[in-house]
Design a protein around this ligand. Structure first.
Ligand code: SAH
Length: 339
């Protein structure tokens, strides 16, 4: 059976036409799904019983079950959802500067192999569908009884390795008739799949783009992130410049600071040189410890020194607040779970 949350409004209209129904029914169904947020097709009370039956025969609602819910002392909540095919995914709810933010996963597992990330090292299973991405938000909203206004694609997976489904999910999230979450409130983070950065620049909606940079030269970056072998820093930054020129939007560069690896003043100097003049912002992340990981967090003192150097030299930099590390919900700590 097909997941009814997998369709853009246009596509759902086509689905209804193929069922011999009027296309405006799609708008009614969307209202039930994304405004009323019902859990059952039977609750769509302005649809005829006949149509409800037809829908039930053809589609599932794909309501995730919560397998586990862990709450951090800082209020961050990590959910483990049963995605109904024997797999489970993690989604994190955080209290961020501007309210509640959901960090969604885009894949079951990840192929990128970043050396400092817990999502690495466990076999990749499959992409999440658009509906499964959207359902993460609906399931969290239902659990807390509150709407969420900020989404970050920073959970498990590489969003640009599942480009089509992630773009469709954004369309559903962003559509005024869908969840109506402003593009400015949606951030997508990539390890740097260059061709997709060009595609993203040409999309009609303008979400925030974050780039996981983490190092300032190819030798160092390749040691941390194998994707750098395919798309080295020069190509990555060229794509970023295209994105900025095309969208006039600021890029956020993520830089996870690891002691004696990429956190000395020489690195800071090189980072300034690389990014000087670009419409960008640097998000410094104190690297989070992972099981069997060899990277150690920089000292607070050093992180502040690094930030100040960037700020003093014309690069706007902030330090990302560490949330949920006591429940392994912080950046890079999510891993694929078996049921
Ligand atoms: N695949 C995407 C999104 C996933 S992770 C990407 O690579 O951007 C979101 C952010 O957390 C990325 O910047 C990632 O590099 C960072 N991250 C991964 N492991 C981390 C760790 N152990 N400590 C701090 N940040 C980490």
């Amino acid at each position: 059976m097909k997941n009814i949350k997998n369709y853009s409004l246009e596509e759902l209209k086509q689905e209804l036409i193929s069922l011999g129904e009027k296309p405006y029914r799609a708008s009614q169904i969307w209202e039930w799904l994304y405004k009323e947020k019902v859990k059952n097709i039977d609750d769509m009370s302005n649809l005829s019983l006949d149509l409800r039956e037809k829908l039930k025969q053809n589609y599932t609602m794909c309501n995730f079950n919560i397998l586990k819910k862990q709450e951090s002392s800082d209020g961050t909540i990590k959910y483990l959802f049963d995605v109904l095919d024997g797999n489970a995914i993690e989604t994190v709810l955080m209290e961020y500067y501007h309210g509640k933010t959901i960090c969604v996963s885009s894949q079951i597992g990840c192929k990128m192999g970043c050396k400092f990330c817990a999502s690495t090292g466990i076999a990749f299973v499959r992409n999440l569908s658009a509906g499964e991405i959207v359902e993460q938000i609906l399931a969290v909203e239902q659990d807390i009884g509150q709407d969420i206004s900020n989404i970050v694609f920073m959970g498990i997976g590489e969003p640009f390795d599942n480009y089509e489904n992630v773009m469709k999910a954004i369309k559903i999230l962003n559509d005024p008739k869908g969840l109506n979450i402003g593009a400015r409130h949606i951030s997508v983070s990539t390890s740097g799949i260059v061709p997709k950065i060009y595609d993203f620049a040409n999309e009609p909606f303008q979400c925030t783009l974050s780039i996981s940079l983490h190092a300032t030269n190819n030798e160092k970056r390749s040691k941390m992130m194998p994707v750098n072998d395919a798309y080295p820093i020069e190509e990555l930054l060229k794509a970023c410049k295209y994105y900025i020129q095309k969208t006039n939007k600021r890029i956020s560069f993520e830089y996870a600071l690891a002691k004696d690896n990429n956190d000395n003043m020489q690195d800071a100097k090189e980072l300034v040189k690389l990014l000087k003049g670009m419409l960008c912002h640097v998000n410094l992340i104190p690297i989070n410890k992972i099981q069997n990981g060899s990277f150690v967090k920089s000292s607070n003192e050093n992180i502040i020194k690094f930030r100040d150097y960037l700020n003093d030299n014309g690069i706007v930099a902030t330090i990302r607040r560490e949330l949920g590390s006591d429940i392994d919900a912080a950046c890079g700590q999510l891993r694929r779970k078996n049921l």
